[in-house]
Unconditional design. Structure first.
Length: 296
């Protein structure tokens, strides 16, 4: 009987000790009031090919961003909570994430950095929304300069309803007769992964104002997979992942056909994974090539 009592006491002690670490490991979600506002709504002034307006950069140029950016606020908070709980970007584990709750300058900057890392790695390493989809960088500079103000209220929704969300991108259609001729597909004109910032952004093209546009480091995509997506779109006669946009790829050497091929490439680039979910035009020289053809 004494042995049984001792065993029960030992079991209770083990249970108590093992439960303590579990309680210590439980972490609360971040306080939404401390999460910086995007400062921008999704779906502003859509071009019809997947790009919408982002922030206006210091040179006074409106940066084009995917129309699905910035993301849904509740989805963003869930991703941020997961990253903070893990102590790193879940989708890019090499990047440390911290979210201190005090009001010091260092803590405010850490929270902005956590928000930027989460934004730019929503679906994988460098696969998310660019910083230009928010005012995070401007808020960061204001904190560094000591001129930051209390967080602004969320922006109003855009005038036009965004395109209806899809549960998942439609599977690519089988390309007809082996797909488009790769020799007729415009070159990206830019390599992937140039000058990474460490938070998911890399260098894109230099725009007309002489400013290097930041793009996701996963852009432009792999050339072979891009041509497969383009071939699927051409076979379907529209963007498979955004069926409202017509796609044609004529093969003659006329000016109109060259422009149609550039347009088909832009549509494919910007809708790789769903409506407006792909890479921005600034990850290629497609627009410069288009302008050159128009002016020829």
């Amino acid at each position: 009987m004494k042995f049984i009592s001792s065993a029960l006491a030992f079991s209770a002690l083990v249970a108590s000790v093992s439960a303590a670490p579990a309680r210590r490991l439980m972490r609360r979600d971040v306080d939404p009031a401390l999460v910086p506002e995007f400062g921008l709504a999704a779906g502003l002034n859509p071009t019809g090919t997947g790009d919408c307006d982002g922030i206006t950069n210091p040179a006074g140029v409106v940066v084009q961003i995917p129309c699905f950016c910035p993301p849904d606020r509740s989805d963003f908070l869930q991703s941020l909570n997961a990253n903070v709980a893990a102590g790193r970007a879940v989708n890019n584990p090499g990047i440390v994430v911290q979210f201190p709750a005090d009001n010091s300058q260092a803590s405010k900057l850490a929270r902005i950095n956590a928000a930027l890392v989460t934004l730019q790695n929503l679906r994988g390493p460098g696969q998310g929304c660019p910083a230009a989809a928010t005012t995070f960088v401007a808020q960061q500079k204001a904190i560094q300069a000591g001129t930051d103000a209390p967080a602004a209220p969320p922006p109003p929704p855009p005038a036009a309803d965004p395109a209806p969300a899809q549960d998942a991108p439609a599977p690519p259609a089988a390309p007809a007769a082996g797909g488009v001729d790769p020799a007729l597909v415009p070159e990206f004109g830019l390599a992937q992964g140039l000058n990474p910032t460490g938070t998911g952004d890399c260098d894109g093209i230099t725009n007309a104002a002489g400013v290097v546009v930041k793009i996701p480091c996963s852009c432009p995509p792999d050339r072979e997979s891009f041509i497969q997506s383009l071939s699927a779109n051409v076979a379907a006669g529209n963007a498979v992942n955004n069926p409202g946009i017509a796609v044609s790829f004529p093969t003659d050497d006329s000016k109109a056909s060259k422009l149609a091929r550039i347009q088909a490439s832009l549509v494919t680039l910007q809708n790789l994974r769903g409506p407006g979910q792909g890479c921005p035009a600034a990850s290629t020289t497609f627009l410069a090539q288009q302008a050159a053809i128009q002016n020829s």
